[in-house]
Every structure is written in C-alpha cells, then in structure tokens.
Design a protein around this ligand. Structure first.
Ligand code: NAD
Length: 172
C-alpha cells in the first residue's frame, strides 16, 4: 500500500455502484481519500438533478462501509479550466495523487504536475449516471444500480418525481 492522500472527483448524479467500486479500489492503495463533489452549484437539471447536499447524504452512508478516512468536499465549477486545479487545491486538504477517468480532469491535473491514476471501469454501460437517470425517467428498474443510501435519499426527496417534472415541456 502506498501511503498518501488521494483526490477523486465526480458529479455523482447520482452516486452509484460504479463509483463505490472505484472508491473500494482506491482505498486499497492510499491512506486517505478526498472526494470532490463536482459541479456543486448545479441541481434541478436533467443531467444535474441533485443538490450538493443531497449528494453528500447519498455518499456519507455508503462510505461508512469503507473503513478509510475520507473527506467530502463540494466544489463549484469555474469558468476557466486553466486555473481549475488551483481552485480545487484552495478548497481541499493537500493530496499527492489523483484518480480519474475523465479526460479533462486527467489533462488538467497532469499539466499541473500531479500523478493521475485511472481506475478500471465497472460495467460502465450499466453503472452510469446517464443510464440511471434515463431509467428513473422512463420507469425502468434502477435500484439495483445504486447503494441503498442513494435509493433512500432519492426516495426521501422525491427525486424521480423531480426528474419527471423538470423533463416536462411547457403544458399551458
Ligand atoms: P462522474 O460522476 O461522471 O464520474 C466520476 C468518476 O467516476 C469519473 O472518473 C468516471 O470515469 C468514474 N466512473 C463513473 N462510472 C464508473 C464505472 N461504472 N466504473 C468505473 N468508474 C466510473 O463525474 P465527472 O463528470 O467525471 O466529474 C468531473 C467533475 O469535475 C465535474 O463536476 C466537472 O464539472 C468538474 N470539472 C470542472 C472544471 C471547471 O470548473 N473548469 C474543470 C474540470 C472538471
């Protein structure tokens, strides 16, 4: 096991079992994980359905199962990709390695001199936020793709109803 603190960012719209699989793997390689909740300002959109606080709730319970020290930090987007890494650093505890499969995130952290590791994809077709939101919107089964805590939060806040409501066209 390497010692160190890793940074992993996602939008987690919603937090699903693919994300959990990645975090389980990262936990085997480092001492602590900083989880950035990206696009923290966004919610109530078809692609960004949940608030940062709702995403914190989904993740907090699911991560209790991982016996690794972690910090969850919401991070708002900024207009300039070229200074985004500095923006992230200004909001997080120090870290020495980044985990991501997102090409832009990899590019920006590589250019800033960070080691970036990619994690194996876990049934990406199925375990994908886009796929899960599509299933929610069209009434298909999606519970098996997310941790119980994500299901509970979506139920508590009426997430399926929210998605259907904001997907509607004007009805006047
Ligand atoms: P995401 O939730 O789609 O994915 C998070 C990570 O999990 C990614 O590395 C993804 O590859 C991985 N993943 C997803 N499903 C997986 C599966 N089934 N198996 C294995 N891995 C899986 O989030 P994202 O879109 O990558 O988040 C990046 C965030 O960084 C966004 O919020 C984006 O806006 C932000 N960002 C902002 C700026 C800026 O503000 N200028 C610049 C770069 C990135």
């Amino acid at each position: 096991m390497d010692s160190g603190r890793a940074f992993y960012i996602g939008r987690f719209q919603p937090y699903h079992l693919g994300h959990q699989f990645v975090l389980e793997n990262i936990a085997r390689e480092v001492d602590e994980i900083i989880i950035g909740i990206g696009s923290a300002q966004a919610s109530h959109e078809q692609s960004n359905l949940f608030t940062a606080g709702e995403r914190v709730l989904m993740m907090t319970k699911a991560l209790e199962e991982l016996s690794i020290k972690h910090y969850i930090i919401p991070i708002e987007d900024i207009q300039r990709n070229s200074v985004w890494v500095s923006h992230v650093i200004s909001l997080t505890p120090p870290f020495n390695v980044v985990y991501s499969n997102n090409p832009l995130v990899i590019c920006l952290f590589n250019e800033a001199g960070f080691e970036v590791r990619q994690s194996p994809l876990f049934l990406r077709e199925q375990y994908s936020g886009t796929q899960i939101r599509h299933r929610m919107r069209t009434g298909k089964e999606w519970k098996s793709l997310v941790p119980q805590s994500t299901f509970d939060v979506i139920k508590e806040i009426g997430g399926v109803e929210r998605l259907k409501m904001i997907s509607n066209k004007d009805s006047v």
